[in-house]
Design a protein around this ligand. Sequence first.
Ligand code: NAD
Length: 233
Amino acid sequence: MRIDLAGRAVLITGAASGIGLACARAFLAEGARVGLVDRNTPPVLDGDVFAVRADVTDEPDLADGVAAVARHFGGLDVVVGCAGISGPVGRPLAETSADEVAAVLAVNVTGQILVVKHALPWLAKDPSVVLLGSDSAFTAAPGMVPYCASKGAVVALTRALAVELPGVRVNCVCPSVVDTPMARGDLGSILDAPGFPVQAADDVARQVLFLASPASRPINGQAVLADFGMSAR
Ligand code: NAD
């Protein structure tokens, strides 16, 4: 299969850690040019990289960050929305505040919409947008109401953007637990339990690469559920 991403200009939010960072490395390995957008400073990466600090919940800040990356590369071919937070995972609903719910939705939902909005004027021919959803959009666990709600919204906004934006492919990947700092923070050593179904950030990066590439050309408005078949039981 030809991934064919050499020379493509790729903007990744949440690129300083976990899945976003793995995506940055994977795109660079394919010869792409990669813009890293995160509220934190990413590690130094080899290749054609341009990094900006921006918060996806702060629209003027994000708009400036997206424009800086797009100007640097002379346009954008691919946008990957990885910035996300898990919020008050494991906390009963009765102890979850409106501010905590709003904070999760601001990053995971509004942030995803805004990065696409501000990338639009810079998109080149046949662009692809890949957003990070989660299997939490489809299968719930206790203590995750804000996060599950936010990821359900990512699936819905993926479809809405695909319909709203002719000529722009928009898909989301919905992985189950991925071994990243976020999951380590929420689940700790459960990830190391024998037989626990966990995937690596590099696994997700390959799913993102496929959806970003011409190899997935007919796929649009879809949520790709990558959960080892757990939701099929
Ligand atoms: P992570 O915490 O390792 O990385 C998230 C990155 O997003 C960080 O670099 C962080 O600084 C950045 N970020 C957070 N809020 C931001 C903001 N307001 N503005 C700019 N950057 C911001 O987490 P991860 O596990 O790599 O998660 C990446 C995405 O994948 C998230 O959307 C997450 O919900 C999703 N996801 C994760 C898992 C998992 O098990 N780790 C499973 C399914 C989906």
